[in-house]
Design a binder for this molecule. Sequence first.
Ligand code: BGC
Length: 735
Amino acid sequence: MLRLLKKQGKASCMILFIAIFLVSLHTVYSETGAGTDADAKISAIISQMTLEEKIVMLHGSSLFNSAGIERLGIEEMKFTDGPFGIREELGRNSWAPVGATDDSATFLPTGPALAATWNNTLALEYGKCIGAEARARGKDVLLGPALNIFRTPLCGRNFDYFTEDPFLNAGITVGYVKGVQSQDVAACLKHYALNNQETERGRIDVQVDERALREIYLYGFEAGIKQGGALTVMGSYNKFRGAWLCENDYLMNKMLKGEWGFKGLVVSDWGATHSSVNSALYGLDVEMGGRGSGPDAYFMGSALLKAVQEGQVDEKIIDEKVRRILHVMFSIKKQQPDRATGAINTPEHRQTVYNVAAEAIVLLKNSAGVLPLNVDKVHTLAVFGDNAMEKHAQGGFGAGVKAKYEITPLAGLQNRLQDKVKINYAQGYKKQFQQTPGGRRFFGAPAPDNTPDTTLIQEAVKIAKSSDAVVIFAGSNRNFESEARDRTDLQLPFGQVELIQAVAAVNPNTVVVMITGAAFDLSVVEKSVSALLWSSFNGSEAGNAYADVLFGKVNPSGKLPYTIPVKLDDIAAHALGTFPGENGKAEYKESILVGYRWFDTKGIEPLYCFGHGLSYSTFEINSVKTDKSKYTQDGTIDVKVTVKNTGQTAGTETIQLYVHDTEASVMRPQKELKGYAKLFLQPGKKQDVHIKIPVKDLAFYSDTAMQWVVEPGQFELLAGFSSRDIHKTTLITVK
Ligand code: BGC
């Protein structure tokens, strides 16, 4: 900033004075947090600004930047997508890439992959990696994490999100946010809130009861603010209870900035602003994605200036917004000499994306012990499927990453196996879309062509017959699952099911690896093969991670972050006919019974349950004990779980702790996740793991008392390796 001031030459003493304030502010913030002293200094800066200058800071100055004030040496705030890598540079006022040669970045595994690790520490590392890359690209705000709850598997954007469970969502979000912000970049919790579908996202009015709102949909956001300290939040496109999110007094002013004490800024999703006065009054701080460029293109530009001049909006409200923006700038040390400078694609970043990718792979089924494949026995390996060669860093509508590199599954196998195993690749099925206008869906997306390609299948069958083992990389891709549109059904696209059936019929050693962002109908695939792996779009190191899991260098430990149903109607929103809503309204009639909460409570058998994931080893829980039997409301339950690796292979298991409220005055789900921990154990070894559950986490949100309530009485703690593989239980009492 000082450099800039010098360049201007005509810097007045006042400007220099403010600049010194800005520098000293950073010190105040780092030493004392956002204390009174810092606030006083921010007030002094605001007092030097004209109304016009203040308004300028409240909207975009280009597609991804919001304006600074040159006179005061305050630079633009630079936003970037997010959430799984730093987006390539786009034009200042155009969505077209500028075609730069220095804007590639690491492609991190997408949301469900990170959640499938059930590893909050890895989420922290993930955040550090993406934060450092944002910094290296000169960015201030990373538009991530994206943490909307999986309400339906059809949501086109589930691949961006984490899970159906609020507790897991919170754990991963907090790690991610802390990691990003440790790099002097602000994280942005998006999309706040209830953006659980893409169908009509720009006008849908979500109706959800208070209890589900708090227990399910806001839980991760609240944790991201209170525990993670997220500095920015993105207001989503949809409405809630009749009001647009970017002018939602209840969710923005009362909840976020009031109850949760959020001090940072709220930015609109791109083009999600609908008014000047209401947005200003009801919570929005920065409008992005205007209808063109210049202040007239923004509701929070010329029109807002006029509204303030006419007295419709008090200037104090504008001051408060500028205060929030400055608070973010100081918290990320913007324009400070000691700000982190970041780096792209370092060996540490590559290690992090590999670690996440490897821990994210879920072993759904391994009934005949086909896996791990053994290099001494598998001399010829057939590799099939479009996804063996497909890259997932980009595709569809919305943000992607111009990946520095992306190792495909086939390349990963070649890397790892070299000449030890002969690989025979055939495509087997190919991604194909019907380009007829009748087949097009929302946002011009083509419908998949699901006709099996018999020539490709015959070629694959022939190769499969003469191979020792087969791996089929199947599933979906980023063109099929995309922002701005939902899928219409659970069907696996492109005729791949027929390929899998035909190949499995001639080779019993057939392994299927599903690469998708959400659940699909696996009923036929599951019956056809004895070994099935599952992952999300798995980042730059995906191929190496698949190869290591397939050949046993890595013992799989991923756990499903969402339920895979037998059929779509088993999902609450579909069973109750409330997706995608009617007449512009989506009523979440299932209330808190989202994901496994619905399946367990209604006694519906899923194909694969939430939290499921096998290992090449076996584990058992010998005991689960609590430090006491009775707890007070402010206590913490220390749960000791003793786990043993009963198999032949070293491996990691995730201990999942669910709670069942045995005597509640309100309906409670059959079980709710309240703790998890990962443990690496050598074969035959036994170890204790302690999981702490604050008693307050046993609460439900009472919509009569309008507060969180822990009812005295008995609670059952269930310890297991998935939501349906419960090994031991114990009871405690809350006084
Ligand atoms: C998406 C956001 C994204 C923004 C900017 C919107 O369409 O919903 O997630 O950050 O565009 O690219």
